[in-house]
Design a protein around this ligand. Structure first.
Ligand SMILES: [Zn+2]
Length: 91
């Protein structure tokens, strides 16, 4: 048994439990982009089918990480500068 040719990933089918409307996840659902999630509404009856967390775009975490990296970089550069100064003074 090999995994050389895996089958194409199955298309997720969503269906409305209220009216029975059925379509692929990227089908004709009414998509609402929210701050932290994407919600799918039924085009027939308007009921919200599902809601997905938006892991692809965590704005707060991303900027915090960038800030931390910038701070670490600045701190490292600062340490190198002080070390050089010390060496010059001690020499
Ligand atoms: Zn429906």
């Amino acid at each position: 048994m090999t995994a050389a040719s895996p089958p194409s990933p199955p298309k997720t089918t969503l269906h409305c439990s209220n009216c029975g409307h059925e379509s692929a996840a990227d089908g004709d659902w009414v998509v609402h982009e929210r701050f932290d999630a994407t919600s799918y509404g039924c085009p027939d009856c308007g009921v919200e089918i599902t809601r997905r967390r938006r892991f692809d775009r965590p704005p707060v975490v991303a900027s915090a990480t960038t800030a931390a990296e910038a701070w670490t970089e600045a701190w490292t550069q600062s340490c190198v500068g002080w070390a050089r100064l010390w060496r010059r003074l001690l020499a």
